[in-house]
Write a protein that binds this ligand. Structure first.
Ligand code: ACO
Length: 336
């Protein structure tokens, strides 16, 4: 049987900072409790990039180095880096250029892609189309966010939710039928005010007033995001299953964006999909925005077998949301 040229994941890497911020520690910052955070979100702790000389590009470069080390792939063979992030080191220049430099990707070009928590999934699809076009052969897709840089640790509505981290995958072509099969992506701009960092951009350039108004911090209408996340992830999973003639019994794993365990459980319930086949690591890292999905792939890669059918689904600020269906392929094994 001849398969079309697909883009498949051939290596995975990840990085989380060493510093752990537990729920108990947050109790000394804001009026909250370990019991509230655990029962309302599923989060027990998150990682914080506490070294002030480091930023998102460093976490991305560490995740890439982990991938290259584990796979034995030569950094000089990478054609392109797509960096999904909402927290680039600077507004200018793009963080991807810094990452190419720091990770030794000497021939690669690259760019940032901002689609909040859906960023990694969107970037994966862009990278896959580069491979499918046969123009490029090795694309790194990275999700990295330093959420601690935009979180207000005096706001209990948001500070308990987020953490820092980065995950990376390598896309190459496959001819065995593995790889990305389909995507369903949507945006809904009516949701933009429900989750935002409104200061420091072109509408509200940074000023003493934007800082006094705390516009440089993330703000969200948690209830509206919660409700729409369940709807958006469930509907795009259903749509992609329907058009690929899949029922839930045919899916091996769901990898959801990790924003709240209750959102994940509700999506699983609506899809009638068992939670023991839904990958969850939110208890360790919280919501790392563009990094949650690649960090899940990194944490659980030993569980995925060649040919496994994965449904990956995300929802984030914008609103941006969508689902991707892929068949897991063969990973590079390290050349010793
Ligand atoms: N500790 C204790 N109490 C709290 C805390 C806290 N950390 N946060 C809120 N509360 C209080 C509220 O003030 C409220 O008190 P009140 O009734 O006296 O007013 C009460 O708890 C209930 O608040 P709700 O907002 O109703 O709590 P809810 O169950 O909705 O949970 C949460 C809030 C966790 C934020 C939830 O709405 C959520 O997860 N929303 C989705 C967030 C999300 O998915 N973001 C994803 C995208 S991120 C991205 O794209 C960058």
């Amino acid at each position: 049987m001849i398969h079309k040229r697909n883009a498949t994941i051939t290596a995975v890497g990840g990085y989380v900072p060493d510093t752990i911020l537990t729920n108990k520690m947050l109790e000394s910052y804001v009026d909250t409790s370990d019991e509230w955070i655990t029962s309302r979100t599923g989060i027990k702790e998150r990682r914080i990039l506490s070294d002030i000389t480091l930023a998102t590009s460093d976490m991305a470069a560490f995740a890439i180095k982990d991938l290259l080390h584990e796979s034995g792939v030569d950094p000089k063979t990478i054609d392109c880096l797509i960096l999904a992030t909402s927290t680039p080191d600077h507004i200018l220049a793009p963080a991807a250029t810094l990452v190419c430099e720091k990770a030794g990707l000497t021939i690669a070009w690259g760019f940032d892609l901002n689609a909040a928590c859906s960023g990694f999934l969107y970037a994966l699809s862009v990278g896959a189309s580069f491979i499918e076009s046969n123009r490029y052969h090795k694309i790194l897709v990275v999700g990295a966010d330093q959420m601690s840089a935009i979180v207000n640790y005096e706001d209990r509505n948001t500070c308990v939710l987020f953490g820092d981290g980065a995950g990376a995958v390598l896309l190459e072509s496959s001819s065995d039928g593995s790889g990305l099969i389909d995507n369903v992506f949507k945006v809904d701009g009516k949701g933009s005010s429900s989750l935002s960092v409104s200061g420091g951009g072109s509408l509200y350039p940074a000023s003493l007033v934007t800082v006094a108004d705390k516009k440089h911090f993330i703000q969200q209408d948690g209830k509206n995001v919660f409700k729409n996340a369940i709807l958006g992830m469930t509907s795009t999973c259903s749509e992609i299953m329907e058009r690929n003639q899949l029922d839930t019994a045919m899916i091996d794993w769901i990898i959801p964006h990790q924003a709240n365990l209750r959102i994940i459980e509700a999506v699983s319930k609506h899809l009638d999909f068992p939670m023991d086949k839904v990958k969850v690591n939110i208890q360790k890292y919280g919501n790392t925005t563009a990094a949650t999905i690649p960090l899940c792939l990194w944490d659980f890669k030993e569980d995925f077998k060649e040919g496994d059918k994965l449904l990956i689904t995300a929802f984030g600020a914008g609103f941006t949301y969508g689902s991707t269906y892929l068949k897991w392929g063969k990973l590079h094994s390290k050349i010793i």
